[in-house]
Structure formats: structure tokens, C-alpha cells
Design a protein around this ligand. Structure first.
Ligand code: BJ8
Length: 423
């Protein structure tokens, strides 16, 4: 990895702190991922991607930049990759799943801020995220109050923050706000890249992103089998890499794993034995390297069969209609697609509960574990009606509130084990 030091240095990163981060990440990957048994061979691609997540992939992005291609970073699945690709730019996810520079962060943010927001600040303040440092534009969005207000402070730490407004209600006014914001974003992308977005480029962008999503749909469907052919940890990793990788290569790699899983299913081969208790995870997004809860679940006698999450099915389930003949028709289709995302910042948000029930049934889950990041009001508030809905239908549910710290590992494991025993 030392070969990349000059590259990281050129991005203004703190090499010492970054080395320490990579050590922790590498060790965590070893203990959590490589320690798993019966992994599909195709996962070796993702092992490689993860080992090069701050190396080769960054080099590729910097090579793109040399060719005058712009890099856009985002913290939310509401930022439409279709439009970014149509403008000839590349989108990367910036959400971070590990604590960093906490003391520094708490000079800028109240202590009772969710780990995800704190982590984003920590990676910036600690200068350890090469994606963030490579980005030509960083998109913030008015979602939860935490992020919305944090971006006001974040604007003083970076010089290229663009903030997208978002509706909170799924009304016709809400939809028209989203459409206008997507139009404004399209113009901003055009200005950044100097490329005019056309019917053809937008159609192509839609096709590329739809193909990525369709590959993940295929993977999700294969997890309905019993025994399950892939662990929840590995499926989560594919959903996480979705935000970083070259789109075409990602699609191809996921489809390759699916080919392998189809054979496994035919041969009745699983990653855990048949009849292993099946868990659906629902709630806040899990960004790399936030593998804590899935790891606990899958080392406690259960297997995760789905993620109702933005790093998962909530983020990828809908495709964008690419049949429009004019730019406006295509922009309408993009708007329609994103307007269906049932993030807990929306009120009311019945569709999300419906989707959780639908997923629990479709994947044959014996129980749902609701994952709420501490201090995340939208998801923790919503977890109570979600639990009520599920339990009224006889689907056991456990609500967990945690953060990126490791202090509660033992306690969580005890609770998860008790839940799995009872379902
Ligand atoms: S569309 S889920 S990616 S906003 S965990 S920062 S909600 S306090 S991440 Fe999200 Fe977009 Fe919604 Fe999806 Fe706030 Fe909660 Fe923290 Fe969160």
C-alpha cells in the first residue's frame, strides 16, 4: 500500500492517521469477512475491491480526473446517479461507517449527533477519506435535521458543497419540489462538467444505473432459498460497494456471483445449514466498515436474508423508466423513481412499514431486527410503529439502538442471541 503514499499525499491526506485507519479496516475485514466459511468464490472480487478501496479505485478516479471527468460525492441515495453519469461525471458515496477524530468532531457537532454524521465530519477533519478529497463537488441534502444542520457547518470545511433541498411529504407539491431540485442539480452538473445533458446521455445513464440495481435484485432474489447461498455480511458488502465501484464492472461482478449462487441453490448448498433462523434487518443505512450488527447476528446462529435499508433494498429496489422520448419525460421518470424512496424523513411514511412486511414475507424471515443509530430521530421514532405493525402480524421484531462504538458488543450479542432463540 506504500506505493499509494504519494497519491494520498497529493490529496492532502494525513498519512499517519490514514495508515492507522487502514490497519483497523484491514484487521476488521480479516476478522469479520475472511473468517466466514463457505463463501462464494465470486466474493474474491469484493475482497480485492476492499483491499484496494483507498488504493486502486482512487487511482482510477484520479485517472478519470486527468481525462477531465469530474467526481461527485454524495451522502444520500436521493442524489440521482443517472444525472451524474449523463453529465459525464462519476458518483461516489461518502457516507462513513467508523468513528474517527471524535474529540475534534465534538468541537463542531453536539455529542448527541448520530454516528453517521459524526463519522463524515471525522473523516474530513482527520483528512483520511480519499473519496472526499478527490471530489470536485460534494452534495449534501436536506433530509434529517441532523444532516441538514450539519451541512451548514460542513460548508465551512470544504469549498465545494452543493446542498439539495428535499420534500418531507409525498404530496404533489412535494413531488414538484423534487423535480425542480433535480432540474437545478442537472444544471449544476452541466456547469461543473461543461457537458450538456441530452436525451441520449440521460437514457444511457439510466440504463447503466438500472443494470446495477437489477444485478442486486437478482442477488436479493437468490437469498430467498433455504439454505441461503450467501451470507448477509457478503450481500451487505455488495450493497456497500455499489456506492464506490465502477458501475459496469460492479454489475458484471454481481451477476457473476449470482451465476455461482444459482448453481449452489441447484445443489442445495448453503452458507449456513438449512433451517437456520432467518433475519431481516431494517433501519438506518450501514456504510463501510459498519459491519457490527450483521456480524453479531451471523455469529449468533442466524442468517440475514435482506436489508430494508438505503444500503440495501430501500435504496435499490426501484428502477427508472428509460422509455421517455424527451429530456423532460426522462426527468419526470427520474423524479418518479426517487419519489418512491421511503426514507423515514418523510411523513407519514406508511409505505416503509408495508415494504418491511412485504420483505419479511418474501424472504421468509423468522424475525426482523430494527437497527436504529443512536440519536437518529427519524428511524428510532418510526421503529415503534414498525414494531407494532410487525407484531400485529405475528412477525417478531427487536429494536436495537446502537452507535459505531464497540462498548456494547457483549450486551448486543446477548440480546440478539435471546431474540434468535425465541423466534
Ligand atoms: S434516503 S436514510 S441515505 S437520508 S442515521 S444521518 S437519518 S440521524 S442516513 Fe439516509 Fe438519504 Fe434517508 Fe437514505 Fe440522519 Fe438518521 Fe443519522 Fe441518517
Amino acid at each position: 500500500s506504500n506505493d499509494y503514499a504519494p497519491m494520498w499525499e497529493s490529496l492532502g491526506m494525513d498519512l499517519k492517521a490514514h495508515d492507522a485507519l487502514l490497519d483497523v479496516l484491514g484487521q476488521g475485514y480479516q476478522d469479520i469477512y475472511l473468517a466466514q466459511k463457505n463463501r462464494p468464490e465470486g466474493m474474491s472480487y469484493f475482497d480485492f475491491v476492499m483491499s484496494e478501496v483507498h488504493g486502486l479505485r482512487i487511482k482510477e478516479l484520479l485517472d478519470e480526473k486527468k481525462q477531465n471527468r469530474k467526481i461527485i460525492g454524495s451522502y444520500c441515495v436521493f442524489v440521482p446517479e443517472e444525472i451524474v453519469l449523463a453529465g459525464g461525471a462519476t458518483l461516489v458515496g461518502l457516507c462513513s461507517g467508523a468513528d474517527f477524530a471524535i474529540e475534534d468532531v465534538e468541537k463542531h457537532l453536539p455529542r448527541n449527533t448520530c454516528s453517521l454524521i459524526k463519522s463524515s465530519f471525522g473523516f474530513k477533519l482527520g483528512r483520511v477519506c480519499p473519496y472526499l478529497e478527490s471530489a470536485d463537488m460534494i452534495v449534501g441534502e436536506n433530509t434529517c435535521d441532523g444532516k441538514k444542520k450539519a451541512y451548514e457547518t460542513f460548508a465551512g470545511m470544504v469549498d465545494n458543497l452543493y446542498v439539495m433541498d428535499l420534500p418531507q411529504v409525498k404530496s404533489s407539491q412535494g413531488r414538484s419540489l423534487l423535480k425542480k431540485e433535480f432540474e437545478r442539480f442537472k444544471t449544476a452538473v452541466e456547469e461543473l462538467t461543461g457537458n450538456k445533458i441530452t436525451v441520449d446521455t440521460l437514457k444511457e445513464g439510466i440504463k447503466v444505473v438500472n443494470a446495477k440495481r437489477a444485478a442486486l435484485h437478482r442477488l436479493a432474489t437468490l437469498r430467498k432459498a433455504d439454505p441461503v447461498p450467501i451470507s448477509g455480511l457478503d450481500a451487505l458488502l455488495a450493497n456497500q460497494v455499489f456506492f464506490y465501484d465502477n458501475p459496469a464492472r460492479f454489475t458484471e461482478s454481481v451477476n457473476k456471483i449470482c451465476d455461482e449462487l444459482e448453481v449452489r441453490i441447484k445443489e442445495n448448498q448453503g452458507v449456513f445449514p438449512a433451517k437456520t433462523p432467518r433475519i431481516l434487518i431494517s433501519g438506518c443505512p450501514m456504510a463501510v466498515p459498519n459491519w457490527k450488527l450483521p456480524w453479531i447476528i451471523e455469529t449468533s446462529g442466524a442468517v440475514i436474508v435482506g436489508e430494508e435499508s438505503c444500503v440495501g433494498e430501500r435504496g435499490t429496489r426501484n428502477l427508472t423508466d428509460d422509455s421517455g422520448q424527451s429530456l423532460d419525460e426522462l426527468m419526470e421518470a427520474v423524479t418518479d423513481r426517487y419519489f418512491k424512496v421511503d426514507c423515514a424523513i418523510f411523513t407519514p411514511n406508511q409505505k416503509r412499514s408495508d415494504h418491511i412486511v412485504e420483505m419479511a414475507k418474501a424472504y421468509g424471515a423468522n424475525g426482523v431486527i430494527h437497527y436504529g443509530l443512536q440519536f437518529c430521530q427519524p428511524y428510532i421514532m418510526e421503529s415503534i410503529p414498525v414494531e407494532n405493525t410487525l407484531e400485529n402480524l405475528g412477525i417478531p421484531c427487536m429494536r436495537i439502538e446502537t452507535d459505531y462504538g464497540m462498548e456494547d458488543m457483549g450486551q448486543l450479542k446477548t440480546r440478539v442471541e435471546a431474540f434468535i432463540e425465541q423466534i
